[in-house]
Design a protein around this ligand. Sequence first.
Ligand code: DI6
Ligand code: FE
Length: 407
Amino acid sequence: MATTSQPQHPSRLWRDLSLFDGLTTQPGRCWVKVEDGRIAAMGAMDSLDQAQRADCIDMGSGGVMTPGLIDCHTHLVYGGQRSDEFELRLEGASYEDISRRGGGILGTVQATRDADEAALFTTAATRLGAMIDDGVTSVEIKSGYGLSTDDELKMLRVARRLGRELPVRVSTTLLAAHALPPEYHGNADGYIDLVCNEILPAAHAEGLVDAVDVFCERIAFSREQCLRVFEAARALGLPVKAHAEQLSLSGGASLVAEHHGLSADHIEYLDDAGIAAMAEAGTVGVLLPGAFYTLRETQQPPIDAMRRAGVAMAVASDANPGTSPIMLPTLMLNMACTLLRLTPQEALAGMTAHAATAIGTAGLGRITVGAIADLCVWDVQRPAELAYAVQPGRLRHRVLEGVLTHG
Ligand code: DI6
Ligand code: FE
């Protein structure tokens, strides 16, 4: 006897779409079938037959489909805010001046230490909610404002909880080597000992670390100190990345590449040797136009040289209270084009396919048969429009692993 049962997640058919697949814009109009959380089939509109339409919920037509946006570099969990520092910069102080006077990152460290997990969760959830509404389906969240074992773990627990309670994938990065905490003043090597011997192992043992980051810079940690953190991370089997060549050429990018790291981020001052090392290792260059904009940086990252060398470029928000208090991912697409001269297609690939590589997650950031169905459908006519206009509210549907979470 034949039985019929309703599938738990019925297939959905999206049709008559303009499609950006994570790397390129497909010619003409397309259809995409989603089944069991994956892309089951897709094609050009004239190839859509009755058999393909059968048993599908028809999701309507029109608009642009892209992979869900992936923000591969954020500092979304933090206490307080830094508008006072914004005012100081408007009066002429530089980011480095403020940092050397004990403000900057250390100001946020104090506010983050003073906040409990519940308060950190509430403020971060508000910020992350704005990003989800703007099309983000995956986000990387760093620690780095705790700078003690308890406070770094506290931040990472909040990041994990965000991933459990909000409709978004969260990957966590331990950035304990972000700044020197006041209690280690004059003893950076002693702090790096703490990072390697205590903070990292404790966070890893609790399952809180997907990757390990460092700030390799003259106002932060030396190449040698970053190397020690990378060796400790690799000993635990964790991938590495770095804030590198943001304010000066410090050699962080080639260091990451030597450790087959996921990404070198910022990279305004990246040189040819760093580019060659990244190309060889497959390390992604993460461009952070929000920080470039906020700091009114004039040193352009070497986009053309990276293109020629075949270094994949991601684009991320760097959302943080100091250098990029901006929680609008689609604005990053625009800034990547307007400020850094990416093409709209490169910018979109930078927040989809290449961002997936930068967080070390295969199967995300693409619309291909078999890929995880994290998708956005936008009320625009062409993919390039997402980078061209700065206009919140264009997200029509958002899908996380096949499940509709918006629209
Ligand atoms: N570079 C950045 O852009 C952020 N961290 C870093 O190393 C800024 C963090 C902050 O100013 O709070
Ligand atoms: Fe950052």
